[in-house]
Design a protein around this ligand. Sequence first.
Ligand code: M6R
Length: 366
Amino acid sequence: EKEGYDHFMLKEIYEQPRTIRDAMRGRISSKESRVALRGMEEFANRFVRANRIIIVACGTSYHSGLIGEYLIEDLARIPVEVEYASEFRYRNPILSEGDIVIALSQSGETADTLAALELAKKKGAMIYGIVNAVGSSIARLTDAGSYIHAGPEIGVASTKAFTGQVTVLTLLALSLARKLSTISNTYFQTLVRELELIPEKVEEILKENDHIKYIAGEVKDHHNALYLGRGYNFPVALEGALKLKEISYVHAEGYPAAEMKHGPIALIDENMPVYVTATNKSAYDKIVSNVQEVVARKGRVIAIVNKGEKAIAGIADHVIEIPSTEEPLTPLLSVIPMQLLSYHVAVELGKNVDQPRNLAKSVTVE
Ligand code: M6R
């Protein structure tokens, strides 16, 4: 079943060009300048008139939810909040009929997420699911939804479900932006065309596997790691850190790059690998200076940059080049090297990659 791969996680990482394509299939056409999610079309009026969208999820799905927030606010201009399902449920949240609650879940069985949805339903909000497992409890409870069509994900560390969720969230944001006329036709077209190119760009990144494995060998003995990113790449930093923690048991934290100076910078010395994603065009100078601060304190910088980038590549210890794309789509690319890196660190350290200690694939207790 692993089809020649050593682990399910690696197989699932490599499936992503296909699973991202599957998440888009029948839902997008640059030729016809069209994006449509059937589940959403049914309730299009409610979406267009929504006061607010609240996304509830846990773990990796929470991180794709954060990217969803950036996408929907940036492109469709609807206010979005993202909450850990467990916190949402127990803090007496304010909900009204004009709100839409979206649950993100690979398994569709996560107890915290399910309980948050039940509460939202009771309070009269419309509930929408973005789920992988067909016919799962969350898929059955929701008023409508969109499957991500990634196929079974076996590795406990979520990879293809993450990129599938982000793809569907991008389609949702684009289709709302189209209905609400919040972005120009030209920009809409550019994003649609670029989104269709993402699978082949992911393929290109996968070719960097040997180089990433080499970097993993260089960093594997450090006991801590910091992940930094700005804007769309901030949630990716959180996801990179979670991937490293859960399968290699190395302590890692993700931060918005600009927050470093408010505390975490005190941790930086020659024993601290710092993973920086610098593919954004906005605030690029700022991230260059964040990296300079790390270098000045002898931190080891592993930079994920666009091909041909010089300023950061020139001072980083290791550089991973990825193809460029439109900024809202960068998470679909920048997360790939992080998945591979965590995988190789865990393998080098002899850990049980597909079934890390203390963790289950779906968490059905609250
Ligand atoms: O099935 P779900 O997406 O609802 O699962 C949520 C989390 O339990 C899950 O993403 C977990 O954090 C993964 N092990 C992350 O790789």
